[in-house]
Design a protein around this ligand. Sequence first.
Ligand SMILES: [Zn+2]
Length: 163
Amino acid sequence: MKQKIANQNHLERIKMILKKNNIKITNQRIEIINFLMSEKRHVKAEEIYRYLKDYGVGLATVYRNLEKLKSLGIITEINYGKERYFEMKLFSKKSIKIHMKCEKCDQIIDFYDDELSFFILKKKNFYEEQKNIKIKDVSLNMIGICEECENKEEEFNGKTNKT
Ligand SMILES: [Zn+2]
């Protein structure tokens, strides 16, 4: 229950940001934001497209909306090779994005590592000063095998070893 109220407040804040930037608050946009806020994992544009297909929203429109939300700092994009994932940036407590993508099942795992975040932030500030630049976003993308897939592999190997 509490979660829903919080999300409602978040949604109101996003609407205010859209208004301030003279962006129309359309049903499509609200549905896309709702989807991103309710999904715990990271979503691909295609997933939002599938979800909104019945509303007659095309994939190009989904991408256009995502780009707009990204430019406003509401969402952020994570790239793994050619694949693009999106997640909420606003209201996210993570200062540094640390992710691992499982190369077998494509799921993305979040890391919350204060120690590593602190170290990266320290380095970020150092380079900003040294090179006289402004770093807006830092992410650490790892590729590996998740626990589930690792277990499956072990099971499989175990079976083949027996025969
Ligand atoms: Zn996996």
